[in-house]
Write a protein that binds this ligand. Structure first.
Ligand code: URA
Length: 233
């Protein structure tokens, strides 16, 4: 898309206004001042106006590395909401495609596209989620089979769906657990049912979307087309 058209869409400006803004030298593409309205903006280009990153209107799809101490809801009387980590307009239109507990870190997906998030959170679609878990007590060899067969959680009638456990480091009590459902506090409750306790929980993957290693806790980025579309397959 041409830069002048990009500005029209992002700022709601007329073509004449967009041309004037570009000529003023206030617009950068990938940190370089760009004075040509004909410049073709590519998918990876970062367009800024007066230092503020612009984006095209339309659905937003965000990956956030949630740090500890933030809640996945719009309001909480006590903790910060994870929305304060986003430097985006209209965060009130956004919601979480699956929450993490306040003390859990890692991948959260945020969007304003309800159909897309439903695809992730609806039990019908059995979207896989992988957690790295550090346990208080040693890992028992029977865990792998118990997770595969299903675990009886407190106050639940049905067993959990088969889940895959991989032992990463016996000394550090570190495992990777992949589950296909998302009951309340599910991972903590699964280990509690086996008599162990989660020391720290970190989500690494939702479906085919993997937490970007380039992100530090509290940082976020927009999802790529490929990541967005992966949810529909
Ligand atoms: N399971 C939990 O127990 N907590 C989370 O935050 C996510 C999954």
């Amino acid at each position: 898309m041409r830069l002048d058209k990009y500005l029209c869409d992002a700022l709601g400006a007329t073509r004449k206004e967009a041309t004037k803004i570009i000529k003023s030298g206030d617009v950068t593409v990938n940190d370089q001042t760009q004075k040509s309205g004909a410049y073709k903006v590519g998918e990876q280009d970062v367009v800024e106006w007066q230092g503020r990153e612009l984006s095209q209107p339309g659905p937003k799809y965000i990956m956030l590395f949630k740090p500890q101490g933030y809640v996945c809801s719009h309001e909480d009387g006590f903790n910060h909401t994870a929305f304060v980590l986003l430097d985006e307009a209209n965060t009130k239109d956004l919601h979480f495609a699956g929450r993490l507990d306040v003390d859990t870190t890692g991948l959260v997906l945020i969007t304003d596209d309800g159909k897309w998030s439903h695809r992730i959170t609806s039990p019908k679609h059995k979207c896989e989620k992988t957690y790295r878990v550090w346990l208080v007590d040693p890992i028992e060899s029977s865990y792998i089979e118990q997770f595969e067969q299903g675990i009886e959680l407190r106050n639940e009638r049905e067993l959990t769906k088969p889940a895959q456990l991989e032992i990463v480091d016996e000394q550090e009590h570190e495992v990777l657990l992949t589950i296909h459902e998302g009951k309340y506090h599910q991972v903590k409750r699964m280990f509690a049912a086996l008599g162990n306790k989660v020391e720290h929980l970190h989500r690494e993957r939702i479906g085919d979307i993997i937490l970007d290693e380039a992100l530090e806790p509290g940082e976020y980025r927009m999802l790529s087309e490929q990541e967005i579309n992966s949810v529909w397959k």
